[in-house]
Design a protein around this ligand. Sequence first.
Ligand code: ADP
Ligand code: MG
Length: 227
Amino acid sequence: PISVKGLNHWFGAGEARKQAIFDVSLTVERGSLTVLMGPSGSGKTTVLTLMGCLRDVQEGSINLLGHELFGASRDMNENLRRRLGFIFQAHNLHSSLTALQNVVMGLQVHGALSPAEEAEAARHALGLVGLSDRMDYLPGNLSGGQQQRVAVARALAGNPDIVFADEPTAALDRESGMSVVAMLKKLGQVRGTTTVMVTHDNRILELADRIVTLEDGRIVKDTGEGG
Ligand code: ADP
Ligand code: MG
């Protein structure tokens, strides 16, 4: 579902222009769990956001679910984005909406479900992350770990083809962190959901099918493709 070739990326303009990504290439297998590792500033988030159509590709090629992102129109990217789930560090929950309403709102961008189906899918996703008994809580009344799990539920509720996660376990205790990643891994096996995740968490590495290490914007180590 993801094939990256010769990816380069720059930030800034004029004299401040600085290359952040250098000749990154990788092909990710369907249903696999790929972990991106590397020191702070090594380019993990940049690569993840480029693959997730959250940034325009400046140079090189990214084929996502059969679509080339280089030179792609905004409309096409909008359509592709509906097939993706995002779990980012700042979980961006709406503080005035309950856990259930936050997940439903994530589903409404799909526009494919009736309100009853949306609520059903949202309840199911919240059940998956162990929050069946917290669905009607506002984020402010949930712990950091529970808020993160709402964000996970929101990313999974639409049954995405690919999940992009940037340090999804950072705010979680050991047990919930492992259960979130184990769940993503299981979704890969049963639904073919592909996950690309940035993490510093050593415990997660043993669940990964593949570990790609970045340094200074380059891939310096790759344990290989597939599972
Ligand atoms: P990581 O996620 O591995 O910590 P990033 O992808 O966030 O690394 O950053 C890679 C490099 O690109 C860093 O040198 C960072 O300073 C730079 N960078 C990232 N985002 C921006 C931005 N919006 N503007 C300017 N430089 C950026
Ligand atoms: Mg980052």
